[in-house]
Design a protein around this ligand. Structure first.
Ligand code: DGJ
Length: 729
């Protein structure tokens, strides 16, 4: 049992294999305090912790309540009752007041983990998880707040979420309801975040945590290219292998806030949840609101262990469906090959050539429907354009299937073009404020997914298309953020609910899709990687990582993405050169090596590339088949980054049973008069012998890690090599 309530000391002790999280209650008032989060405490005197928690309690309690509240380490701080740091919970009552305060009432501990209705969440059975629910109340408002914590028995992860129930007769407006908050004594912590832009997603950034509030957020209606719902709090000297790392991540795909606030007393408050900007939620009598889930991972052995814990958690307890543990078909996508300029014959030409080279699926991207010959129009008109595709989808898909290939298709189901049949018929289906000209982005508006009739209509259109031919893959794209927030279907007082209702609507439609089509491989996408988050991973086992397919840029983007997300879900393709985003020319081989650390596929016109590049495709396909089981399921180690050293990048994947490993080394820039570069491998069994397949050399795991290996023989920029190590008995 991973959770025990120590009644005498009023302390809840939550244990994962290597971490402990403790929550305490102060005797009379029953304020819920944060006691400890960190390395597992196997044997600890809990009375000591109780004393520690009482530490900031002024002796004349009521007289100095504010000083107490403002210093006390809290589990779910509320607004307006004396804690002036960032709150996790705020309301507005019918009388216009905003203060709320909660105290413990009761709790339950049980095996397993409940589902979150309508929301993505990690899952686990009764043997894998234990859950604590703390029922708290605001007696003045008649509100119940249930703080839930689930510990995983075999993974160092704890998940949290909050339910708020209105037991009063009056409705109440929730104006902030975060999913996670805890206060850590500062140890000179720094924070790691992932920032970016279109084509530059998830670049790793590290900075000192100063006094006051710092953090990352989104109000774009999606998690976004720009900032990511993730913060890691690390000690100043934390490295890949050493030191403390606390990672928090949000299982949600809309507006978020992630905060680190260092207080006057040097406590660091860490928070994560739905961004209160653009959030309000009316709770009527007896109604309940459930926040999305937040995930916490602690590692005392550096950032690398934190990363591998997230990977294990998401691979085993978040990603679902037929492809969860399965190799994905190698696809070829026509976007960078043709953009909008294609016909059935052109696609079949690509497919015929691709199939001969070992590629397994053709994906038809944007431009197959309505009058969509550019990105000005037709989103919402989900009817096949038979001028481009004579014989319709059925003919095309049958022909592709005859080649022994699967077929996949692109949709952008959340959007509507002003120039579309759908918009002419239902202008009120677009998110907009009556009377105000809504801002276009890529010449499109966003559909109001808070409305059931909109969701149902779009779903029917998608379902009809999918039933019309043997379609085995869908790319679900989303190419603009939300603004001009207004819904024709919501009352004035409920307009603030639109952003969250929108996300819930997207989740509902995706759930319906994978339920009706359980064999479908769904890949989420958002103008590249603007919605690469755990929420989306619950519905699709892979997500398109970035529109930037340049191998060098991808080293940075995939590295940042793999900070949290398993390699098995990172959409990565080999594309043509000069690269369409940066104009860089990299060797075809290097593009293949880099794309192997992802789902692997192609995005080019295979009929137009050079003969040498064509000939390399079957070799890359063979590499994919040889190594993909290891890449999908193994442990990922970062070795050297182009972000730190512009000359090289290196990472490796080690099998869980340590029987083999694959190292990828990219010489980003060649250095003159420099014979070799030594890398030190990681994660091997020190006592085992490994043969380096390409060199036919054998060495111990210990020596590979301690003494390293010299990389030689790469001549020129952007050259790369794979090193495959196999344990020998
Ligand atoms: C953005 C995606 O990221 C691209 O891969 C492509 O599907 C385009 N949209 C199509 O409009």
């Amino acid at each position: 049992m991973g959770i025990i309530y120590h009644e005498q000391e009023h302390i809840f002790k939550l244990d994962t294999p290597n971490t402990t999280y403790m929550i305490g209650l102060i005797d009379e008032e029953r304020f819920i305090g944060h006691v400890y989060y960190g390395k597992r405490l196997r044997d600890t005197n809990l009375s000591f912790w109780k004393q520690q928690l009482m530490g900031p309690l002024p002796s004349r309690r009521n007289r100095e309540r504010v000083s107490f509240m403002d210093a006390y380490p809290q589990e779910y701080p509320t607004h307006g009752i004396g804690d002036f740091r960032q709150s996790a919970f705020e309301v507005k009552t019918v009388s216009g007041h905003r203060a709320v305060g909660i105290t413990y009432k009761s709790h339950q501990i049980y095996a397993g983990k409940p589902k979150l209705s309508g929301l993505p969440a990690t899952f686990g059975n009764k043997e894998e998880c234990t859950t604590l629910e703390l029922l708290c109340v605001d007696q003045h408002l008649n509100l119940e707040v249930i703080l839930s914590y689930t510990v995983f028995e075999h993974i160092d992860a704890i998940t949290r979420n909050v339910k708020i129930r209105n037991q009063s007769k009056d409705s109440i407006m929730l104006t902030k309801a975060l999913s996670l908050s805890f206060d850590l004594p500062d140890k000179g912590y720094e924070m790691i975040t992932l920032h970016g832009s279109w084509a530059r997603e998830r670049q790793i950034e590290r900075r000192k945590i100063g006094h006051g509030i710092q953090g990352v957020s989104s109000i774009r209606g999606e998690s976004g290219h720009q900032e990511h719902p993730f913060i890691a709090i690390v000690s100043e000297h934390t490295t890949e292998e050493l030191g403390e790392a606390y990672g928090v991540n949000f299982v949600y795909s809309g507006n978020f806030t992630a905060v680190a606030e260092r207080s006057q007393f040097d406590l660091i408050r860490i928070q994560m949840g739905i961004n209160p900007v653009e959030f309000e939620w009316e709770l009527k009598e007896k109604e309940e609101f459930t926040t999305p889930e937040a995930v916490m991972v602690y590692s005392s052995q550096g950032i690398g262990t934190m990363t591998r814990t997230f990977h294990d958690l998401y691979r085993n307890h978040l990603i679902r469906g037929e492809y969860k543990d399965k190799k994905r078909p190698i696809l070829i996508n026509n976007w960078e090959a043709t953009y909008f300029n294609f016909t059935t014959e052109k696609l079949l030409d690509i497919a015929r050539n691709a199939s001969k080279l070992g590629i397994e699926m053709l994906v038809m991207d944007d431009g197959w429907f309505g009058k969509r010959n550019n990105d000005d129009c037709a989103l919402g008109d989900w009817v096949v354009n038979e001028e481009k595709l004579p014989g319709g989808l059925e003919y095309l898909v049958n022909e592709v299937n005859k080649l022994g290939m699967k077929f996949g298709i692109w949709f952008e189901p959340e959007m509507i073009s002003p120039d579309s049949e759908l918009y002419r018929k239902h202008p009120d289906w677009a998110i907009q404020i009556p009377g105000r000209e809504p801002s276009q982005c890529r010449q499109q508006f966003v559909l109001d997914y808070s409305r059931k009739e909109v969701r149902d209509y779009i779903y029917q259109r998608i379902s009809k298309i999918l039933h019309s031919a043997n379609i085995e893959y869908v790319k679900w794209d989303m190419n603009r953020p939300l603004c001009d927030l207004g819904s024709y279907a919501l009352e004035a007082k409920n307009q603030g609910e639109l952003s969250h209702r929108y996300v819930l609507g997207v989740y509902e439609v995706q759930e319906k899709l994978i339920t009706e089509f359980p064999h479908l491989l769904l890949e989420n996408c958002s103008g590249g990687g603007a919605r690469f988050d755990p929420g989306m991973l619950y519905y699709s086992p892979q997500i398109w990582c970035s529109d930037d397919t340049d191998a060098v840029e991808r080293l940075k983007i995939q590295r940042g993405t793999a900070m949290i997300y398993p390699i098995s879900c990172i959409g990565a393709h080999v594309s043509d050169c000069p690269n369409h985003t940066v104009g860089r020319i990299t060797p075809f081989e290097t593009r293949g090596h880099v794309a192997l650390a992802g789902t692997f596929g192609y995005e080019l016109d295979v009929t137009k590339i050079s003969k040498e590049d064509q000939e390399m495709i079957p070799k890359q396909v063979a590499l994919y088949h040889k190594h993909n089981d290891l890449i999908r399921t193994g442990d990922y180690y970062r070795i050297s980054s182009v972000l730190d050293d512009p000359c090289r990048d290196c990472y490796m994947i080690v099998a869980k049973d340590k029987s083999e490993a694959l190292v990828t080394y990219v010489q980003v820039l060649a250095r003159p008069n420099f014979q070799s570069y030594r890398i030190y491998l990681k994660g091997l069994d020190p006592d085992a012998m490994y043969s380096w397949e390409e060199m036919n050399l054998t060495q111990s795991g210990e020596a590979y890690m301690q003494a390293g290996i010299d990389i030689t023989g790469l001549w020129g920029d952007y050259k790369s090599m794979l090193i495959h190590l196999i344990r020998v008995e």
